[in-house]
Design a protein. Structure first.
Length: 233
C-alpha cells in the first residue's frame, strides 16, 4: 500500500486527527508519521484545519456527568470523593477534570507537533513524548521522556510570568496526590531529573500548575492550568 499517495494520505490523516482511526491502524499511522515528512505535514495541516473549525463553536458548560466520564476515562472514577487526590478548592477540582478532557486532543497531534520546523528533533533515546497545550490549542511545552531525564522545550506561545513559576506534575491512576517533576522553563530548553516513581506508576496524565516563585509552597498544585497524556513511541 502506498501511504504517500495523496488521497490515502489525506484520508488517514483526517481520521487520525478526528480520532476515528483506532487500534492497530492508528499505531501503524503513528509510526508512519515518524518515518515520512509528507505524512507529518499532511497530518499537521488537517489538525490546523479541524482545530480551526472547533474554535468557531460557542463554548458550552458541560454538566456534572461529563466530568464523571472524564474521570472514568483517566481511571480516576474510584477516587472522586477522596480529598487527597486533588487537594484544591472545589472550583479548581472542576478545572482539573475539565482540562483533563484536553488530553486526548493533545495526544492526537503530539507526534506531528514534535516534528514541526521550529521544534528540536526527538532525542534518540526518547521513550515517551507529550505536548502541553492551552485551551486554545496553542503548543506551550514539548516534553520528551528518556530513561534518565525529562527534556522540556518551551515555545513562544507561553505567557511569561515574572512573579510566578510553572510547575510540572505527574498524576497517577492510583489516586495518590500529584507528584512534582520540577519547574518548567518559560523559554529555551531544560533537562529535569526523572522521578524515581515515574516508571513504577501507571500515569493518568501530566499537568502544569501556576505557582509562586520557586514552586508550590505546599507540595501540591496551587492552580492547575493544563493537562495532557503521555504517548509511548
Amino acid at each position: 500500500m502506498n501511504y504517500n499517495a495523496e488521497n490515502l494520505r489525506n484520508a488517514l490523516a483526517a481520521e487520525y486527527v478526528l480520532g476515528t482511526l483506532r487500534g492497530r491502524a492508528r499505531k501503524r499511522f503513528q509510526q508512519l508519521i515518524m518515518q515520512f515528512s509528507s505524512i507529518r505535514e499532511t497530518t499537521w495541516i488537517w489538525e490546523q484545519h479541524l482545530n480551526g473549525l472547533g474554535t468557531q463553536l460557542t463554548p458550552v458548560e458541560p454538566d456534572a456527568g461529563v466530568w464523571h466520564k472524564v474521570a472514568i476515562s483517566l481511571g480516576l472514577d474510584n477516587q472522586l470523593n477522596k480529598a487527597e487526590v486533588i487537594p484544591l478548592p472545589n472550583k479548581h477540582n472542576k478545572l482539573w477534570l475539565g482540562l483533563a478532557s484536553l488530553a486526548s486532543a493533545a495526544a492526537i497531534v503530539l507526534a506531528v507537533l514534535l516534528w514541526r520546523v521550529d521544534a528540536p528533533a526527538v532525542l534518540p533515546n526518547t521513550q515517551q513524548v507529550a505536548v502541553m497545550q492551552s485551551e486554545n490549542a496553542d503548543t506551550l511545552w514539548l516534553i520528551e521522556i528518556s530513561q534518565d531525564s525529562i527534556e522540556v522545550q518551551a515555545t513562544s506561545q507561553i505567557t511569561r510570568r515574572t512573579n510566578n513559576d510553572y510547575e510540572l506534575w505527574m498524576v497517577a491512576k492510583d489516586g495518590r496526590p500529584p507528584i512534582s517533576l520540577g519547574l518548567l522553563p518559560q523559554s529555551g530548553r531544560i533537562s529535569l531529573p526523572k522521578h524515581k516513581l515515574f516508571d513504577q506508576l501507571d500515569i493518568a496524565a501530566l499537568a502544569v500548575s501556576l505557582e509562586p516563585l520557586n514552586g508550590s509552597p505546599t507540595g501540591t498544585p496551587t492552580q492547575v492550568l493544563y493537562t495532557t497524556k503521555l504517548v509511548t513511541i
